[in-house]
Ligand binder design. Sequence first.
Ligand SMILES: *Cc1c(COP(=O)(O)O)cnc(C)c1O
Length: 375
Amino acid sequence: MEENVINGSDPILLTPGPLTTSPATRQAMLRDWGSWDAAFNRMTSEICRDLLAIVSGQKDFVCVPMQGSGTFSVEAALGSLVPRDAVVLVPNNGAYCTRLLKILERLGVASVELKFRDDEPASVARIEEMFRREPRITHVAQVHLETSAGLLNPLDDIAALCSRHGKSLIVDAMSSFGALPIDVSKGGIDAVISASGKCLEGVPGMGFVIVRRALLEASAGISRSLALDLYDQYAYMVKTTQWRFTPPTHVVAALRAALDQFIAEGGQPARGARYRGNCAALIEGMASLGFRPFLDAEVQAPVIVTFHAPRDPAYDFKRFYEAVRDAGYVLYPGKLTEVETFRVGCIGAIDANEMHNAVAAIARALSTLQVRLAA
Ligand SMILES: *Cc1c(COP(=O)(O)O)cnc(C)c1O
């Protein structure tokens, strides 16, 4: 972590993507690449190989990269892998689950929403009950880590359930990929989606879908979108080694560098351990100031923490945000509709020292703004 603590005078982003990247990752963007360059296309294929290995997908899965932010890859996956006459169950405990429902609606694919509270993990028993009540359900679209509160859903149990019932499971693992264990070789998962600029600590600009090869190969012609056609992107890449349309070359080069650092750090177990350390330091420091996390510890993923906002009428998120940012740390607004909250990310090229410093900056901001926390 030695080099990562040196981030110059730029503020530290405590946001779940874009996030603070290492100097080596930023350095990798200083060179221009041509899209015909064999070395560039080799870089893409090596990235795909390394991404497959992170989720043990080498045998039966392929990795298809896609230009754009994470949502572009989610929309590409749903639009290219889910046939028009499918019925998709979406267990919903937050804004990113709601986004899945919106995408399905735009695609004209029938969906069934299964509502949970913002602080309640998706329940396997209730999903199974839905399968019984709605036998037309063919697919499940599941957010692994609901970033809007920081909530972890029980992916392994849901995958085992889908496997038992013969449902196709598509997972939005945007903010968990690389930090939390995901193993597609155990069965039950057909596709996993993530992006460059989250726990892999690259810069934003591309996503990827890790999909069962047989499923993708049977999906020609499903996509109604030209640009977001996962099958076409894959087929073109197999044929030519190139991206189908202009690749985000600097983003790809940065992801290569970020993956080299990910592997050198010790892969997913080490990345997850560093984030757990960050998360524990954050929650402990914030508790000493009087802040309470919104989620119970057992369902809190070590990626982003939602805190209850101070009740003091002197508190205003915008002023609080600005005071903390001036001290060098960028916070994130809350994304819950019912309670006033704010969020602090614990991912990126940062360690527990940064979390201690962020807590100190928050304490100073509260005192400058004369905001008191209830005892
Ligand atoms: C970040 C994120 C996305 C994608 O958001 P973009 O703004 O398009 O990058 C999707 N799902 C989850 C769970 C996320 O955390």
